[in-house]
Write a protein of this length. Structure first.
Lengths: 82, 269
């Protein structure tokens, strides 16, 4: 970028957008990769139970495991309709 | 003991076969007895890049099925001493490769005294790609500075770390990052991921950076591994990568764009 570029209010360069997107995606995919095999089945069964009582769709539930040094946290996120 | 190195990437078209041809030729030029195996069953192409397509008689699957022996099947390179090619089969059965068969052939090659066995992986993460990486001691991960290639590389690294023989034995496959089709000018302009960007994301030790070069297409047109083009940037970058692969510590080249003139710098190029 030369002097002229300096005075223009330019959006971030595409390479830095690419890097940011990749960092988020790769972190997410690594977490999924390290997740136990039973997670998808667990998600389906919880889903089945919840939908018996509340009308929720597949996208309204999010199951995730975060591994820390000493413990793992099972995070369950269900968005209920209004 | 022979060292088994897989050249892999997940994504297609990033330069696996070009790299397999260049690295195996470079190792042989350095005096190591080397064989390069095409694992892309059904889509044989290494023979074309190596310029031996008219000398293929038997193939990898023939050896696995006991229809030919190694001596009949290995193609001795005409240009480079110590170099042999084991071509892929053109059969449409993609499950033609199995662990037992591949292991037996690898053991036979080791018994023949090969120092390096280079496995040219097919694209994807299916059977062929998994067979190519399963027995590897080391992996060269070929990546383009582009989002889908980087993502797929991370995926294949995950497979190396969980589904290779080393991983199953609680050991690690030694991973090397090879960045290909690198364009320093576009990196300077902020329009291409830089070496450091890709290193940050993948966290794999850098083996080399191959600049984008017209010589790569020219070399493949002629069936000459680009590493034999001494005057080419890409060829020299591959030679450097081979030196690092055998343990020499040499600086990276071709990472910087050619300096712009004064006017271009002031007014933006």
């Amino acid at each position: 970028m030369g002097l002229l570029g300096f005075f223009k209010d330019e959006p971030p360069r595409s390479a830095s957008v690419a890097k940011e997107r990749l960092q988020i995606l790769v972190t997410h995919e690594r977490n999924q990769r390290n997740a136990p095999d039973y997670l998808p089945a667990l998600q389906r069964e919880i889903m089945a139970v919840v939908s018996k009582y509340v009308n929720v769709g597949d996208d309204d539930i999010n199951v995730q495991i975060d591994n820390h040094d000493q413990l793992s946290v099972l995070e369950l996120n269900i968005t209920l309709p209004n | 003991m022979s060292k088994i190195i897989v050249v892999t990437s997940g994504k297609g078209g990033v330069g696996k076969t070009t790299t397999s041809a260049a690295i195996s030729t470079g190792l042989a030029l350095n005096g190591y007895k080397t064989v390069v195996i095409d694992f892309d069953v059904g889509l044989r192409n290494l023979d074309l890049i190596m310029g031996c397509e008219r000398r293929v008689v038997y193939d990898f699957v023939n050896v696995i099925n006991g229809e030919s022996n190694l001596k009949q099947t290995l193609i001795k390179d005409k240009r480079t001493e110590n170099l042999y090619v084991l071509p892929a089969s053109q059969t449409r059965d993609k499950d033609a490769l199995n662990k037992e068969g591949v292991e037996r052939v690898l053991n036979e090659l080791a018994a023949e005294g090969f120092d390096y066995i280079i496995c040219d992986s097919p694209a994807g993460i299916e059977q062929g790609a998994q067979m190519a990486l399963y027995f590897a001691d080391e992996a060269i991960i070929v990546t383009n500075p582009e989002v889908s290639s980087v993502r797929d590389s991370d995926r294949i690294i995950g497979i190396l770390q969980s589904k290779s023989r080393k991983a199953e034995n609680g050991e690690q496959v030694k991973e090397h990052l090879l960045l290909t089709r690198y364009n320093p000018v576009r990196v300077t302009e902020g329009e291409m991921l830089s070496v450091t960007d890709v290193e940050d994301i993948l966290a794999v030790e850098l083996l080399g950076v191959i600049p984008e070069s017209q010589d790569v297409l020219k070399a493949s047109n002629q069936g000459t591994p680009v590493i034999l083009e001494n005057t080419s940037d890409a060829g020299q970058a591959y030679s450097d990568a081979v030196q690092r692969l055998v343990g020499k510590d040499i600086p990276h080249r071709f990472l910087e764009a050619q300096k712009k003139g004064f006017l271009a710098r002031v007014f933006g190029g």
